[in-house]
Each structure stands twice: as C-alpha cells, then as structure tokens.
Design a protein around this ligand. Structure first.
Ligand code: ADP
Ligand code: XUL
Length: 543
C-alpha cells in the first residue's frame, strides 16, 4: 500500500497472527494510512510451515518457530522502509498476538535484548535467545493430562472457571507450561522468562521483557480475573517459581516504555515513541470493532465468534471470560462456535439451490418463530454446546426427521442465533436499551441473515468495515495509551472513527416471539446434549 504520510502523529498496530504478521498505521484522525503484512508460509519458506504452524505426527502437538516471528518483524519493517514509511512520526505503537501461545527466553536473553546492535537484524542477534525453538500455539491440544491435574488442584472445572474465567483448556498457556516443565525439564530450567506471543512481540520493541497484559493473561488458566493477580493455587499446580518466570501482569492500557535505541537507530523511530502493552488478537478485535457496554459483536466467518462487553461476569463451563482490554475494571466474554458459515453453506446447497439469493428468499417467506420449528445444526462436534448432529423439533417439541426447504433454512439461521444469544446470556450478557449488535465476517453482507439476527436479539444490527480489526484495535489502543486516561476514555478518542452502518432493526413482534423461543431452545438443548455422541467425538472433550 502506498504511503500517504503527511501526519506528525501516527500510531501503529501490529498483529502476530497464526498465518501472518500484519500492521496498520493510522493518523491522528484515525484514518488508515498504511497497511502491510508478511505471510509466513510464502514469504519465509525456510521455516517450512503450513498455515504458519508445524503439526507433529500425533496431530495434537502444534507449534510455530519463534525465530520465524522474529524474522517476519525484520522483513515487515524493511518492507515499510522501502515503501517510504516515515517511522519518525510514530508517536506510539501497540499490537496483538494469537492468544495462548508461549515463548521461552533463554537465560541471558534479556541482556541481548538490551544491547541490540542496529547494524544487524533481530533475527541475526536473537538466534540463541530461546530455550525452546518451537513455541506451542493455540491450535495445540496435547495437554489433556495437565488440564485434568489443574482442574483437580483448583477443586474442579467450575471452580477453575470461576477463578480464571475458563475451565481447563488444552490450548491455554498454563497447561502448555506445565507440559514443558514435565517433558523438557532442562530447557525449562534454562528459561529466564516466559512470554505470551503478544508480550514477546512487545519485548522486541521495548528491548526488555514486556509485562503480560491482563486481557491476554486471562487466556492462561493462571490469572485470577477478579484480583488481577496470578492465582497461587494454579501457579503451584503448574510449575515451580512461575511468578518469577512470568513477571507481574499489567492493565492492557499500560505504557511499557519507549522503543529501544535499536529502533531509533535502525529505522529512525523517535526516541519518544511509546510501546503500549500488546494483547491477544480477540481482545484487540473488541477494541477495533469499538464494542461498548450493552453491545454484542457477532463475527459470521468460517466459524462464528461472539464477543460481549461484561460488567458482571458469570464464568461458566463453556466460553471464556477475559479482563477487558480497554477498561480493566470490566470484562469481555469470548465464545467460539465451530458450525458457522460452512454449515450455512451446506444447508444453502441442499435447500436453496446453492444460491444465497434463494436462501435469503426463504428467510423472507417464512414467519418469525418459524411456526414453532426449532433446529440444531451441528455438522461437526460443536464447542457450545458439546453436541453433534442435526436435530429438528416441531411446535410441540416432537423430534421430526424432515421439514420443507424454506422451513429448514429459517430453522438453521434462527437456531444459530438463539444459540449465540443463549450462551452469551449464560456468561452474563443481557440486552439493555441501546444495545447494538455489531456484525462482521463473510455472512454479514447478507441483509436477510442480519434481519434474523436483529429479531432474535431484539436489537438493531450494525456492520463495520474493518478487515483487520485486531491491528486497527491495537492502533487505537496505542493512541489511547499515550493520553491521560483519567480524563480521556477509549471511546472519547474514537469519536472521529467512521460510524457503524445500521442495516437491520427488529420487527415489532420479535421480542415476544424470541423471548419464548429462547426458553424452549434452552430446554431442547438439554435434550440434544443427552443424545449419544459418536465415539470419535469424545476425544475432543477438553480443548
Ligand atoms: P474467515 O473465517 O475465513 O475469515 P470470512 O469471514 O471471510 O471467513 O467468511 C467466509 C464465509 O462467508 C464463507 O464461508 C461464506 O459461507 C460466507 N458468505 C459469503 N457471502 C455470503 C452471503 N451472501 N450470505 C451468507 N454467507 C456468505
Ligand atoms: C481464542 C483462540 C484463537 C486464537 C487465534 O481463544 O484460541 O482465536 O486467539 O487467533
């Protein structure tokens, strides 16, 4: 992207995601002035990753080479410089990383970070700085035994969820660390600091170990989400001396310090450019989507993701409660549903001649509430609820084996959105006057689907035009981070950001129809959960 940079005040937001490293630059008016990226598989082929990761023969252990991330940063900054990006105008930077991954810095690495020589790349200088070269990432699901042990130590899954915001998940960092300590003791003993992917990336800019922020720290099964301190019970059950290895967590809005002299001398950053704490990609997206209290963000992508701003969390056995990235006194819920667009596509192909227009027409031709029909469509083992298969019920709650094509289309879409609402409410979300639904992802271009979303949530639906919400959110957070936060809220600085676009408002009967239907859906979900699952689905129980 060509650089149009006449601004004296620029903010950078990076995202170290699974498949690529991305950056967005904004000016003081929050206009995007530059975007760039490095794709790991194609631009760093020496690391031989597929989709940015290495999958072990067992299919469970999934890692990424930490030096690939370092080299990607070298490459990205070189690209920006070649394209004429003026680093001297960057007032602050922040970023995000895929959640849960862990980086193991070798003893002595802090000295290397402090003394980086601007005539060499980071990659050349950090070759020997990692005790573990392959970082476990969020896709890893090899820590079942560690999860069980942690839950036992915490007094059960519900107690662990109440303490840390989530029951034990295989990808969560604490369980990954426990496994590392058990299986690679020598490397573990040679580790002087453990970072998340986000705090590792911040450390590169800071030239020193960056604190783990509260929000990304909530994805570890280690942080007490209420006291904002490491939980002693969880730390002890995970590994010895862990508090020393993890450092003290800080609010996600914290300014960690200026960029290190390396960046000033090598790329011409100003020595007053600040590094604002990096966080997880989902929390950063919440900031990028400008979600406010009462709003719910629904991303209709390959899988569907829901974020909610929470004031009073009710951690449950399903879903995750994280400390809020823009206001650490509040929380956010993160819910992930596997059966999203791919299931909608399958039903479109079967019932709507493979056409989104025909699919949309079916939604328009069928009434709100679908004459009592309710559908559960779990082509693959769903995360929320942990059920699989297709289950359709009539108005008398009798299971039926088939319905007309049009009824099926509505049963699918209503069922999906009832489920999104039910599970968000279980974690403490409630619709309040002024609540908005912010829709994003591939299916958010379909107005008829969004009309059902609006009706089921009884709230207006808005769409926002952000392809890089995690980067954008980090650039916004960088700007907010350097202002006086006692007088300026995150939302004060967003006043100049482009408005979200209203695309659907609830129909008059929506509230009455869907309040009742939500109760029925919850009861029928219990029945669906009691149905026997195919045995190969059972392997997926944790994670
Ligand atoms: P990803 O999770 O890979 O980022 P996207 O957010 O790009 O995915 O969403 C891709 C999905 O969007 C496709 O799988 C497709 O089913 C869905 N999609 C695209 N156009 C429409 C449409 N008009 N109506 C409903 N769904 C759509
Ligand atoms: C969230 C999760 C993923 C990663 C990768 O819990 O595991 O969304 O953050 O993007």
């Amino acid at each position: 992207m060509a650089v149009v940079q006449d601004s004296k005040e620029v903010y950078l937001g990076f995202d170290f995601s699974t498949q690529q490293l991305k950056v967005v630059a904004i000016n003081e008016d929050l206009d995007v002035i530059h975007q760039n990226h490095v794709h790991f598989d194609s631009q760093l082929p020496d690391f031989r990753t597929e989709g940015g990761v290495h999958v072990a023969a067992d299919g469970l252990r999934i890692t990424s080479p930490v030096l690939m991330w370092v080299k990607a940063l070298d490459l990205l900054l070189d690209k920006m410089q070649k394209e004429g990006f003026d680093f001297s105008s960057v007032r602050a930077l922040s970023g995000s990383g895929q959640q849960h991954g862990s980086v193991y810095w070798r003893t002595g690495a802090s000295r290397t970070l402090e003394q980086l020589d601007p005539t060499f790349s980071l990659h050349q200088q950090l070759q020997d700085s990692f005790a573990v070269g392959d970082s476990p990432v969020w896709m890893d699901s090899s820590t079942g035994p560690q999860c069980e042990r942690l839950q036992e130590a915490a007094g059960g899954a519900a107690k662990l969820a109440d303490l840390t915001g989530s029951r034990a998940y295989e990808r969560f960092t604490g369980n990954q660390i426990a496994k590392m300590c058990q299986e690679r003791l020598q490397d573990f003993q040679d580790t002087e600091r453990i970072s998340l992917v986000s705090s590792f990336a911040a450390s590169l800019f800071l030239g020193a170990y960056a604190a783990i922020d509260y929000s990304d720290g909530s994805g570890m099964n280690l942080l007490d989400i209420r006291t904002k301190k490491w939980s002693e019970v969880c730390m002890e059950a995970t590994a010895p001396h862990l508090d020393r290895l993890l450092g003290t967590p800080l609010p996600s809005v914290s300014v960690l310090g200026p960029v290190s002299p390396y960046w000033v001398r090598r790329f011409g950053f100003s020595d007053s450019c600040r590094v604002v704490a990096f966080t997880g990609d989902n929390p950063a997206s919440l900031a990028g989507m400008r979600l406010q209290q009462g709003d719910i963000a629904v991303s209709l992508g390959t899988s569907d993701t829901v974020f909610v701003w929470l004031q009073h969390p009710r951690p449950a056995l399903e879903g995750h409660v994280l400390i809020n990235p823009v206001d650490w006194r509040h929380f956010m819920a993160l819910l992930c549903f596997k059966n999203g667009s791919l299931t909608r596509e399958r039903v479109r192909n079967r019932c709507a001649e493979g056409s989104w227009e025909v699919f949309s027409a079916a939604l328009r031709h069928t009434p709100l509430g679908n004459n009592g029909y309710i559908g559960f469509y779990f082509d693959v083992l769903e995360i929320l609820p942990r059920a699989v298969g297709i289950h359709i019920f009539d108005a008398d709650d009798n299971k039926v084996s088939s319905v007309s094509a049009e009824v099926e289309v509505r049963a699918l879409v209503e069922g999906q959105f009832l489920s999104r609402r039910l599970h968000a409410e279980r974690l403490g979300y409630s619709i309040i006057p002024g609540s908005r639904v912010l829709a994003t992802g591939g299916a958010s271009c379909n107005k008829d689907i969004l009309q059902v979303l609006s009706d089921v949530f009884n709230a207006p639906v808005y769409t926002i035009d952000v392809s890089n919400s995690a980067c954008l959110g980090s650039a916004y957070r960088a700007k907010h981070g350097v202002l006086d936060q006692s007088t300026v809220s995150f939302f004060d600085i967003l006043k100049k950001a482009p408005e979200a676009r209203l695309v659907a408002t609830p129909q008059p009967t929506a509230q009455q129809v869907y309040n009742l239907m939500l109760q029925r859906y919850g009861q029928l979900e219990k029945r669906v959960l009691q149905e026997p699952r195919p045995s190969n689905a059972a392997a997926n129980l944790i994670g």
